[in-house]
Design a protein around this ligand. Structure first.
Ligand code: AMP
Ligand code: GLY
Length: 423
């Protein structure tokens, strides 16, 4: 098959790396891709948001199957455009992707169907939001309604912080129209877990659990980022917890999306928090998570293309998805200043010895070729993944591998997967 993957991040590199192991996969194209992806796929210079351009390319290049990585592409209706043109895709239609693209929608959806989540209110007017936080409890969580690259969430510890966040979002338009509405919700206490799931509209097959690190600095300090590291599995997410989540969250979500005429086909991302009252949903995403995908797909034993085709053809079964016993960790190497301002264009050095580390894979995110050289081209530059007998040994290996990589102003967290042990 000739496969097209849309996107350019570490997530897409991991998806392509895994697809490349499939016997069914003859040739892989990626739009627009990055330097690492170009080593295993043909990159074409079309943006993930250029729906017409992507469709024209898929038609003229006889693409058999297209996988849509990023949320902005899904929210623009790339899946709809491809399906209407008679092409096969992996990824939800726009009316199902709304579960991620509008937090107000997803909160109302959960409320309607009694899916456990933090209590909340939605506001369109700054004055009303301000009045609400003045009378509310702290900390509280303020979220831009729309897509904001994982950065549109502020945890406000007092009235001043809340007022600042609201004026940045609603008056100064820090996230553009994404914060025309905001959701203000109760702050939940507990451990976070990510569960990605393959869904064919009716059947849902959860993948191995994972944990990501959203904050920029060690000790979970600093700003929210797209994700600075991850590991899989989460030891807290045991079989009993998986059963509760299936019954109270996963099945009700997929069933009710279908009954509302929003059949979800693709990867549904459950951002969960394990509270004293049981697991609750912090967020849904309509796609694979980044950097969770890098660890989860590193552990997938089955053929990813076969699973994705089964999703498209609505014949997904749990027996199609199996996992390696090994565990994995991912460390993101970022550009100094990320998630705010950072520089691009610095040459990246990859030490020769990296090739000798058999259990290490380096997934590229913000990289490009400048002549023969690979240079930085984004905030999150690389994701170093190790697969090993347990998370602790994978952690040691990613930090050893990171020592062999260098670029100007490179920074990474020192505490990814640190102190993680089985009970
Ligand atoms: P989101 O983009 O909704 O996943 O939020 C980003 C991060 O903010 C989450 O991963 C949590 O760490 C934190 N967060 C979001 N909502 C809540 C909440 N209600 N209570 C506690 N932390 C939250
Ligand atoms: N790692 C969080 C996300 O992909 O949204």
């Amino acid at each position: 098959m000739r496969v097209l993957v849309i996107g350019s991040g570490g997530r897409e590199h991991a998806i392509i790396w895994k697809l490349n192991q499939s016997k069914k996969c003859k040739e892989i194209f990626c739009a627009p891709g990055n330097a690492g992806i170009s080593e295993i796929a043909k990159c074409v210079d079309i943006k993930a948001t250029d729906v017409d351009g992507l469709l024209a390319f898929a038609k003229e290049s006889d693409i058999d199957f297209t996988i849509i990585g990023p949320e902005d592409s899904l929210a623009l209706g790339t899946a709809d455009a491809f399906l209407e043109a008679g092409l096969k895709v992996y990824g939800p239609r726009r009316n199902a992707a709304i579960i991620e693209s509008s937090k107000a929608f997803s909160k109302e959806f959960m409320k309607r169907h009694n899916i456990p989540t933090a209590s909340y209110e939605t506001f369109d007017e700054y004055e009303d939001a301000l009045k609400y936080v003045k009378n509310g409890k702290f900390p509280c969580v303020i979220k831009a309604d729309g897509l904001a690259l994982g950065k549109g969430v502020i945890i406000a510890n007092n009235e001043t912080e809340a007022a600042n966040a609201l004026s940045e979002m609603m008056l100064n338009k820090k996230f553009g129209s994404a914060a025309n509405s905001v959701v203000i919700e109760e702050f939940l206490v507990g451990t976070e877990v990510t569960v990605l799931a393959f869904c064919d509209g009716e059947t849902i097959v959860p993948m191995a659990s994972a944990q990501d690190y959203k904050k920029a600095q060690d000790g979970d300090l600093g700003l929210n980022t797209g994700g600075m590291g991850s590991y899989s599995p989460s030891y807290l997410y045991d079989e009993a917890m998986a059963k509760v989540c299936m019954e109270t969250i996963f099945m009700p979500t997929i069933k009710n999306l279908k009954s509302e005429g929003r059949k979800f086909k693709g990867t549904l991302y459950f951002g969960l928090i394990l509270t004293n009252e049981g697991p609750k949903v912090i967020e849904y995403n309509a796609r694979f998570g980044d950097p969770e995908t890098q660890v989860v797909l590193s552990r997938l034993d089955s053929d990813l293309l076969e699973i994705m085709l089964a999703v498209y053809e609505e014949r997904l079964e749990p027996s199609m998805v199996s996992w390696k016993i090994q565990e994995a960790a991912c460390l993101v190497l970022a550009s100094g200043g990320y998630p705010e301002n950072y520089e691009k264009g610095h040459a990246i050095e990859f030490g020769e010895n990296l090739k000798n580390m058999q259990n290490i894979t380096v997934f590229h995110a913000g990289t490009e070729f400048k002549g023969e050289k690979i240079v930085t081209n984004g905030g999150r530059v690389l994701g170093v993944v190790a697969i090993s007998e347990n998370i602790e040994s994978a952690r040691q290996d990613v930090y050893e591998a990171a020592k062999l990589i260098n670029f100007e102003k490179m920074y990474y967290r020192k505490d990814i997967a640190k102190g993680v042990s089985r009970g």
